[in-house]
Design a protein around this ligand. Structure first.
Ligand code: GLY
Length: 351
């Protein structure tokens, strides 16, 4: 995989014009969902009109990250006269950048695309690093491909209109990046005042967070080794997310990851000596900002079963990423069922 250009914009419109003028294409397509069509598409006006872009609109939310939607996008590209030299702009959250990236990667065996993430989660995670795909057969991101956008244009101006829950959801992935990188960045993230956001400071933190992810991805684009560091909090987090979905009250991905981090840092402390003061500082921050996931010991078996289906598992073993300390990563760690129940006990005891 080649290198992905990432631009953290000072002036979004100027950056977009500059990026578009540097890429040869015959026809421009813009993919939006029903939210970004209304809120974000107007920000492209005056820049893309000369290209008479074809706008492709899809439904918003994970429920639309399907083969049917993908097929609509392929049809829109085909009916709009896209060739192998056309360019697709994906304007939206992670669902749009994942699905649009996959549509671009597969249409005529691959056309160029640019990601313009409009949520914090997409800026620091989904839109960066080349994972694209859709949900299938009841499983998240079951079908997909590694495909890098030609450019990811990050404008934190979009965050000014993002709701609090989605801001916090993306921030959980930033916290994860802090934990896997270095103590200074981790401490900065814990100090940041999420109740009264300083957008200038947030922009710097976002830029740093993206750099951390990029560095990891550059070392291991296809997740054979160190990229698994990015899975911290996700083994338990995905099980929480799936249980919440089964109970009919879905939770945002980043919330589930934050709660998963509590469990996995606890196990890091027990198993690898992760410092308990840092564990408690992180747990306090998460509890204060993300509330608690409500479950009791009658849910343990189901949570364990959900973890056994995690696609990160290898040779039938549940795979964890743990930390010896902030920035000191241990991938491919296993835990027994008893260990997992102990992590869940810890989570509930800290309520
Ligand atoms: N979201 C984790 C990764 O991109 O590997």
């Amino acid at each position: 995989m080649s290198v992905q250009k990432i631009v953290v914009c000072e002036d979004f419109r100027e950056s977009l014009s500059g990026v578009l003028s540097g890429i040869p294409y015959d026809r421009l397509f813009v993919l939006v969902d029903e939210h970004t069509s209304a809120c974000c598409l107007p920000l492209l006006s005056g820049i893309v009109e000369a290209d008479a872009p074809v706008v492709l609109r899809i439904g918003a939310g994970d429920a639309h990250k399907t083969l049917e939607t993908l097929s609509q996008v392929w049809a829109g590209l085909s009916n709009g006269g896209a060739s192998r030299h056309s360019l697709l702009l994906n304007v939206g959250g992670g669902m749009v950048t994942d699905l649009g990236g996959f549509a671009a990667a597969t249409f005529k065996r691959g056309i160029r695309f640019i990601n313009i993430p409009t949520t914090l989660l997409a800026m620091v995670d989904a839109a960066v690093g080349g994972k694209t795909g859709i949900n299938f057969n009841g499983l998240k991101n079951e079908i997909g491909a590694f495909a890098l956008a030609d450019c990811v244009l990050v404008s934190t101006e979009f965050l000014r209109t993002l709701d609090r829950e989605n801001l916090f959801s993306g921030y959980a992935e930033m916290l994860k990046h802090g934990l896997i990188s270095d103590e200074k960045h981790w401490a900065e993230l814990l100090r940041f005042d999420l109740s009264s956001v300083d957008y200038g400071q947030l922009k710097d933190l976002v830029a740093q967070s993206i750099r951390i992810k990029e560095e990891v991805v550059a070392q291991d684009p296809h997740e054979q080794g160190i990229r698994k560091a990015l899975n911290l909090g996700h083994t338990v987090g995905h099980a929480f997310e799936s249980l919440a979905l089964e109970r009919g009250c879905p939770v945002l991905h980043g919330y589930a990851v934050a709660w998963g981090i509590i469990c996995e840092l606890y196990y890091s402390a027990v198993r690898l000596g992760f410092p308990t003061d840092r564990l408690h500082q992180t747990v306090s921050f998460i509890k204060a900002h993300y509330g608690t996931f409500d479950f009791d010991c009658t849910h343990y078996e189901r949570l364990y079963e959900l973890m056994t289906h995690d696609k990160k598992n290898e040779a039938g073993r549940i795979n964890f990423t743990l930390l010896r300390n902030v920035g000191d990563i241990a991938i491919n760690q296993q835990a027994t069922k008893e260990d997992i129940f102990e992590m869940l006990d810890f989570y509930r005891e800290t309520n």
